[in-house]
Every structure is written in C-alpha cells, then in structure tokens.
Design a protein around this ligand. Sequence first.
Ligand code: 3PG
Length: 308
Amino acid sequence: MHKVLIATEKPFSSSAIREIQEIIEDAEMKLEVLENYSSEEELINSLADSDALIVRSDKVTCNVLEAAKNLKIVVRAGAGYDNLDLVTCTSNGVVAMNTPGQNSNAVAELVFGLLIYGARNNFNGTVGNELRGKAIGIHAYGNVGYYVGKIAHGFGMKVFGYDPYVSNDRMQSHGVEPVSSVEDLYRTCEYISLHIPANDITEKSINKSLISMMPEGAAIVNTARKEIINEDELIEVMSQRDDLMYLSDISPDKSDTLLEKFPGRVFFTPKKMGAQTHEANLNAGIAAARQIVSYFVSGDETHRINRQ
Ligand code: 3PG
C-alpha cells in the first residue's frame, strides 16, 4: 500500500485534510500528516517509508530527497516551486509536480488587501487615495496576474501587464494592456504587483533602476518571493523618495531596517498568507492528492515540473 505524507510547516485547513484523506484512502493508499514541524530532521524521519509527498513552501532539499528512499513523487500544493531541489528529484527518479492556478485567486485578493491598506495610510484615518483611475502594472502575467487584472478592472483601474512569455493577444483579450519592456511598466504604473518566480535570473531583479522610475506616490506589492527584491537598493531609493511604499506578503531579510527607516511606508504580513484561505487550501490540496492518485494509477504526469 502506497504511503502519502503531507508535510506542511504551515498547515492546511482541517477540511482540506479531510478531503485529501478521502481521496487518498479511496485509492487504497495511506495518508500521514506532519504539521507545524520545525526541523529538516523531523521531515526526514516522517518521510522514511513514504512513496509520495505533498508540501507547500516546505523545503525539499537534497538531504531530504537522499533520505527518502521510497519516494516516487512530490507535489508542491501551490504554484512556486523554488523550495524543491528539482535536480536531485530528477537524478533520484522522483517526479515533481505543482498545482498551478489552484491558489491564485486567494493571492490576488490579498494584493488588493495590501493595496488598500497602503492607499488608505495603514488605516490611520488620514486622507488617503482611491484605486479608481490609477494604473496597476502586473509584472508577470500568470494565473495570479490574471486574477489581479480581473479584480483591478472591478476597481476601475487602468491595467497594464509585462510578461515576455505571454502573448500580447492573451493579455489584450483580458483587457490588459501589454507594455513592451519592464521599464515601461514601472514608468507607467503607480502600483506594481509582482508575480515573477524566484530563480537565478529574477533574483534581486527589482532594483534601484526600476523602482526609481515609478511615478510619484507609487507602491510595490509583493506577494511573490522576497528573493526577487534587491533590498539594499529598495532602501536606497526609499531613502531618497518619501512618496514610495513597499507592501509585502513575505517578510524581507532587512525587515527591521525597513520598518525602522520608513514607518508607515512599509508593511509586511506576519506570515506569508496569500494562499492561506479555506478555498485555496481545498483547491490546492485536492489537486495535489488527485495528481498523486492518477500518477500511481495511470502514470499521468500532468503538471510535472522536472525533466525526466
Ligand atoms: C505559491 O507559490 O503557491 C504561493 O506562494 C503560496 O505558498 P504557500 O503554499 O506556502 O502558502
């Protein structure tokens, strides 16, 4: 009987766990759950005889994969997979998948929570700004970007997008105006919503040159990854311009400096919570469980993210 382990430092809702359990047990597999763990050792111990693993942002490192002798498949219940060591997955014959789109609406809604919080001066009662009529730039037009655009239209915003991997036609068909360079996006938009993944190319790519191009009263909302921001250069530009805000769902490495230097102009959620809704937990958790079952039953590799 295949054993499936859910290992989540940030647990799914109990209803999502119940649904996942039903799917796994209906397929005559066994489910085990490791939640709120705090060390790699705990993960390694729980994974010892597992055939399949479901994680969120949990780090599946080379150490973890080398110790997991039975592991055949790992599914990241979510979109970004910078937490998985894909090279070791491939060399150890482990199939890696994600569940694209399943938590996107939750993240997009939080973008607007952060935007309004910033535009209304952290709810301190002073005169703020409306979103209507302002330009929002969607930096990377994937699943979250799509929902951000949809919601932005509801607010009456002008919506621009930049994504070299997505056709202009696709954006235009959603009422999003594509710009031809990333610089154009930052020059044009008061608000930038970041949706690029963290990788060698994007690391620290949101830098002084881009940030300083933004119009007066601008804000950057980051619900993607902290690694994409050049924090030293963000601090430099914010020191020179007192009109900029940085609102993030991922606490930066330099959060203490940012909070101390720019009170009221930066905000960080206490724990990454973009995808932390009942709905997103259910969607992503159920998708992950179904993908594992179909992989074992029929070899289905839809949403595989590592090479064979
Ligand atoms: C994702 O990449 O899917 C999001 O960043 C959500 O991550 P989480 O599952 O750790 O909340």
